[in-house]
Design a protein around this ligand. Structure first.
Ligand code: COA
Length: 421
């Protein structure tokens, strides 16, 4: 792993020695006569942040397995690990948490802008626009040392939950909630969104969900972030690019679509199979399934499956899900975890396509009472830790990312004057 490509005997071909994914023959084989649409299987750089073993379904942050971190670390510890490369000591963690708490507030001007935006705007658009605006108020805006970039990165991670919660409450005509200085990162985020301080059990689940989304190597949004940074632009621009990329339904937008089809289209267990059969017949993609790198179980989906199972098997809890739609409709909607299981079983057995992180996060977030409009933004709140780590890594050993496009249009066409066209 991480070796430079070796030149092969066939001209124009380079091979990296790394794991191979079955049925992905192009992985690491660069042939200049081919076009690698979607950059499938192409390494664009080297990284020490995250390793995904797509074949075995394993994920490591800085060498630690995701399962280990989910079971033992808080989100703050994981964010520290991603940015600095090592697990913090008690004192380092305490300082890091204090910095995050100190940076939770956002400038009054940005709150005013949030209030002025049109209603019915998606929260992810509001976040994208606000992160861009926040750079103007950052005291280090024009300082580009690594220390300043880390300070800016910490501010971004700290402020994203505040922007999201505030913008959601403004859009929903609810009173805004100031950040608390007493609560952990995830509890404060939950509190600002819902107005409730989570129970110990909720806190544990919510922290694990954030940890599962914290990084995923060079996924599309991280790639966007690194491309922007590679021009030696600033970290706010990198993260604004990343948020725009995350918004798409093929990336972070999938979890919102999963909950929508569960609540609005499927609703009952007996509808699961006919629904999926119809979608597949119409050649539609089923959101929450498939992955560019994992060809087996996504390890994050396994963890979220357990969380969702736990939450949905507590009948008393399900009765009280703090969501207005659910209150109104829960009698006519079956247990979401059970419907998800039927869907997953069908997709694996008939198509060999496995659930990804979004399938189970949708049910888990719904059971935690997170408003549906905040599912994709929640992904951004958590992934901001990874984006910051990648921005710092890109700055530290930069090479402008500028691939080629194979031109397939015409050349040397006769120019016709506008009067004669
Ligand atoms: N539902 C139905 N079929 C799917 C599928 C899904 N979710 N994901 C992949 N497939 C099928 C494709 O139709 C294609 O079949 P074909 O070869 O017969 O045409 C094959 O599997 C390969 O899919 P492709 O889209 O080319 O793979 P990719 O690596 O480009 O795409 C995703 C990966 C994630 C974009 C894709 O799986 C997808 O669109 N999933 C749904 C969106 C989603 O959940 N995104 C969150 C990702 S974490």
């Amino acid at each position: 792993m991480n070796e430079k490509p070796k030149e092969c005997e066939t001209p124009n071909t380079f091979v990296c020695e790394d794991y191979e994914i079955e049925e992905e023959p192009q992985l690491c084989e660069i042939d200049k006569s081919k076009t690698y649409k979607g950059l499938v299987g192409i390494y664009v750089d080297e990284s020490k942040i995250t390793f995904i073993d797509g074949e075995k379904g394993k994920l490591y942050y800085r060498g630690y397995s995701l399962e280990n971190l989910v079971n033992n670390s808080s989100f703050e510890e994981v964010a520290y690990l991603l940015i600095y490369g090592n697990l913090p000591s008690k004192a380092q963690l305490s300082n890091f948490k204090d910095e995050l708490i100190k940076e939770r507030t956002i400038p009054y001007d940005v709150i005013s802008i949030l209030k002025s935006y049109p209603r019915n705007t998606t929260r992810i658009e509001l976040l994208r626009t606000s992160v861009s605006a926040l750079s103007l108020y950052d005291p280090d805006d024009y300082v580009f040392t690594e220390e300043a970039n880390i300070r800016k990165g910490i501010r971004i991670i700290a402020k994203i939950p505040t922007v999201l919660a505030l913008s959601h409450r403004i859009q929903s005509n609810l009173p805004v909630i100031e950040p608390s200085e007493e609560l952990s990162h995830s509890c404060n985020y939950y509190y600002m969104m819902t107005g409730k301080i989570p129970s110990e059990e909720f806190k544990k689940f919510f922290d694990k969900i954030l940890t599962c989304h914290a990084d995923h190597s060079i996924n599309s949004s991280t790639f966007s972030c690194r491309v922007t940074i590679s021009t030696l632009s600033d970290i706010y621009s990198g993260i604004t690019s990343a948020i725009g990329t995350l918004r798409g339904p093929l990336h972070g937008g999938a979890n919102e679509r999963v909950i929508r089809y569960m609540l609005e289209e499927i609703r009952k267990k007996e509808n699961v199979i006919p629904w999926v059969q119809e979608k597949l017949t119409n050649k539609e993609k089923i959101m929450g399934f498939g992955h560019r790198v994992y060809k087996a179980w996504d390890p994050r989906a396994k963890i979220l499956r357990e969380i969702s199972k736990n939450l949905w098997s507590d009948v008393e809890h399900v009765e009280k899900i703090p969501d207005t739609n659910h209150k109104r409709e829960h009698e006519s909607i079956d247990n979401i975890f059970e419907m998800t299981e039927l869907l997953a079983d069908y997709m694996i057995k008939t198509k060999g396509i496995y659930p990804n992180v979004d399938l189970y996060s949708a049910g888990a977030l719904h059971a935690l009472g997170i408003p549906n409009a905040l599912y994709t933004p929640l992904f951004a709140a958590s992934r901001s830790a990874g984006w910051v780590a990648h921005a710092i890594e890109q700055f530290s050993d930069n090479k402008l990312i500028r691939p080629r496009l194979r031109y397939i249009g015409e050349l040397d066409k006769d120019y016709i004057n506008i009067d004669n066209r």
